[in-house]
Ligand binder design. Structure first.
Ligand code: NAP
Length: 252
């Protein structure tokens, strides 16, 4: 087992095949946690698992659609059989469809809600019961600055992230006496594949940077470091809140 402040902890992270989820998986792995990696892309998950194992921690991959109820139940059974218990759950999988509300089909709207919001409910329903009674538990929900403020073309996305902040607060109250903390992380703009359409358009890219007070996109390692801290024993009093990590975006 790798040494570190999360040695002996088991974490399950959705959306761990790339971007912020991958960064959190690597950060928690470096602190000694064993990681259950969840997403759809097996090849990418396998590469992340290899990197974590290379750093001395255990990792297993699970390929599924987190918005599928039956698949999440199967994940519950398989991961608990493999790891015994899960101490840390990070609901990070998410999608963003950017377009005016009038151009959304109902299927598209429901897809954003299912992946960004309903999946967190399904995962918590599966893993909270076995977290209870252990004297330690951590749930992190990846919310967004777009749950606090917004932009045109983000109706579905912003609706899910604002709802996830509400979900985070209510669940934190439900679990406070179990020493299970529930916290949201609201990233500002980070340079991941989700933001490729913005990064690849020089004009939009410049507009974004001009609106970020620190003058740059976020680095995925900065999310990894925050998640590792939130999972530490030192963060036991930090619950029922949402942490903006946005280079000052929302301070304007
Ligand atoms: N990047 C930002 O600036 C930013 C800002 C605010 C909030 N966030 C939030 O942070 C989270 C991660 O974003 P990111 O930038 O890292 O995005 P990303 O690079 O697009 O990664 C999204 C992850 O979610 C997984 N995923 C998507 N749909 C899924 C499904 N139905 N079932 C299982 N896994 C699914 C993807 O894996 P597969 O494709 O392999 O399934 C991937 O691992 C999201 O919730 C996002 O809303 C990001």
């Amino acid at each position: 087992m790798a040494a570190g402040k999360l040695a002996g902890r088991n974490a399950l992270i959705t959306g761990a095949s790339k971007g912020l989820g991958k960064a959190m998986a690597l950060a928690l792995g470096k602190e000694g946690a064993s990681i259950a990696l969840v997403a759809r892309d097996m090849d990418r998950l396998a590469a992340v698992a290899e990197e974590i194992r290379g750093n001395g921690s255990d990792a297993e991959l699970y390929s599924l659609d987190v918005s599928n109820e039956a698949a999440v139940r199967e994940l519950e059974a398989a991961s608990l059989a493999r790891f015994g218990h899960i101490d840390i759950l990070i609901n990070n999988a998410g999608i963003n469809l950017r377009k005016p509300v009038t151009e959304f089909t109902l299927d598209e709207w429901n897809q954003v809600l299912s992946v960004n919001l309903t999946s967190a409910f399904l995962l918590c329903r599966s893993f909270v019961p076995q977290m209870k009674g252990r004297g330690y538990g951590r749930i992190i929900n990846m919310t967004s600055t777009m749950g606090h403020v917004s932009l045109p073309g983000r109706t579905a996305y912003s609706a899910t992230k604002a709802a996830l902040i509400g979900f985070t607060k209510a669940l934190a109250l439900e679990l406070a006496d179990e020493a299970i903390t529930v916290v949201g992380i609201s990233p500002g703009p980070f340079a991941t594949e989700m933001n490729l359409p913005l990064l690849q358009d020089p004009e939009i890219n410049q507009q974004f940077i001009a609106n970020i007070p620190v003058g740059r996109w976020g680095r995925v390692e900065e999310i990894g470091a925050l998640a590792a801290f939130l999972c530490s024993d030192e963060a036991a009093f930090l619950t029922g809140t949402d942490i903006l990590i946005d280079g000052g975006w929302c301070a304007r």
